[in-house]
Design a protein around this ligand. Structure first.
Ligand SMILES: NC(=O)C1=CN([C@@H]2O[C@H](COP(=O)(O)OP(=O)(O)OC[C@H]3O[C@@H](n4cnc5c(N)ncnc54)[C@H](O)[C@@H]3O)[C@@H](O)[C@H]2O)C=CC1
Ligand SMILES: C[N+](C)(C)CC(=O)CC(=O)[O-]
Length: 325
């Protein structure tokens, strides 16, 4: 097995929003990247995505030797992974598809190469059932866009070797990511469970006419979102207790836990709710295209990373409480 620090060749299987984002990230960090995606227009889409991300990546600093010319698009899955030292799978979120694909990747990739899935929520235990060597399969859950958002959640399944989890965590760190290595599998991992709670509540509020799409977005961007860019919800709430910290916060607001402040069951995603959410987002975009919004988001993420000292090469920011070990 290649040491994480010595990896040069990465394969990306599935090259949509996330697979393409991973390709841009690995190219910017100086790796040779081979991608494969079965869609007929996949190569054009992928190169467009990488080209759109490149100015942002150049602005924050490319690794020595980084080049878009180090991208190869393979004609088959087997060719893509044939000499990979690490494989990142980012195919659609369908359990059967992932199971079959990971089985095929495992059969074709060099012995010992670690294979990670970008899944947003499936436990690896459920995806590794067909693989001949399931010990090297891990979840490496990124955040959109993977070329700017540092976090990757790493976790193995019941049949994953502990060494593969440790190897993947180290590899992502070397590749410039911020890693949380989870000790146990939980569907949705950590961040998506938290995001999903917010998302379900937001959908209920739209469905019930309690808040508009614009109000929900403003409630975060003008409110708690400003704090969350550098301080998580736990420490943020500790400050709500003043000098008494979290203990006073719990004594003071603990009883609210019994108040009807959340409905965690997902609402029915019927046509009316679907149209309200899609229509609300179109209104909020106010004529800006998805490409405009991607560029705006990328600028915003870079500004926040810079302002909080977390761009590559900047002094390390204060501890963010990363790691669950
Ligand atoms: N979109 C997001 O914000 C995030 C998505 N993810 C996860 O990343 C994975 C990919 O999601 P997206 O990139 O959003 O989807 P997407 O729909 O943008 O891209 C999926 C790509 O997979 C390709 N594909 C279809 N069948 C395939 C197969 N059998 N083998 C390989 N590729 C195949 C499609 O042609 C497409 O280009 C999913 O597991 C998703 O849960 C993870 C983090 C964030
Ligand atoms: C919407 N999503 C569940 C696919 C989001 C993620 O998995 C992570 C992210 O980028 O927020």
């Amino acid at each position: 097995m290649t040491k994480p620090e010595e990896v040069r060749r990465v394969a990306c299987v599935g090259a949509g929003v996330i697979g393409g984002g991973w390709v841009a990230h690995f190219l910017a960090r100086g790796y040779d990247v081979t991608a494969w995606d079965p869609a007929p227009d996949a190569e054009q889409r992928l190169r467009r995505l990488v080209d759109a991300a490149w100015p942002a990546l150049t602005r924050i600093g490319l690794a020595d030797g980084a080049s878009r010319e180090r991208l190869t698009v393979a004609a088959t899955l087997e060719e893509a992974v044939a000499d990979a030292e690490f494989v990142q799978e980012s195919a659609p979120e369908k359990l059967e598809l992932k199971r079959d694909l990971l089985t095929r990747i495992d059969a074709a990739a060099p012995a010992g190469a670690v294979i990670a899935s970008s899944t947003s929520g499936y436990p690896m235990t459920d995806m590794q059932t067909g693989a001949a060597t399931p010990g090297r399969l891990v979840v490496g859950h990124p955040f959109n866009p993977p070329y700017l958002i540092p976090l990757v959640e790493v976790v193995g399944g019941e049949r994953t070797d502990a060494d593969a989890v440790a190897w993947a965590s180290r590899f992502y760190e070397v590749a410039g990511k911020s890693v949380i290595t989870m000790k146990s599998e939980v569907p949705g991992f950590i961040a998506n469970r938290l995001q999903e709670a917010l998302w379900r509540e937001a959908l209920h509020m739209v469905a019930n006419g309690e808040a508009t799409v614009a109000e929900i977005d403003a409630s975060i961007t003008e409110g708690p979102g400003l704090r969350w860019a550098f301080m998580g919800p736990m420490l943020t709430f500790a400050l709500a207790g003043g000098e008494g910290g979290m203990a006073h916060m719990l004594d003071h607001f603990g009883p609210s836990l019994k108040s009807p402040w959340t409905r965690l069951e997902a609402p029915e995603l019927d046509r009316e709710l679907y149209d309200a959410v899609v229509g609300g987002c179109e209104e909020a975009a106010a004529g800006r295209t998805i490409a405009d919004l991607v560029a705006e988001r990328d600028r915003g993420v870079i500004d926040v990373l810079r302002a909080t000292g977390r761009l590559p090469g900047q002094a390390t920011a204060p501890a963010t409480g990363r790691g669950t070990e």
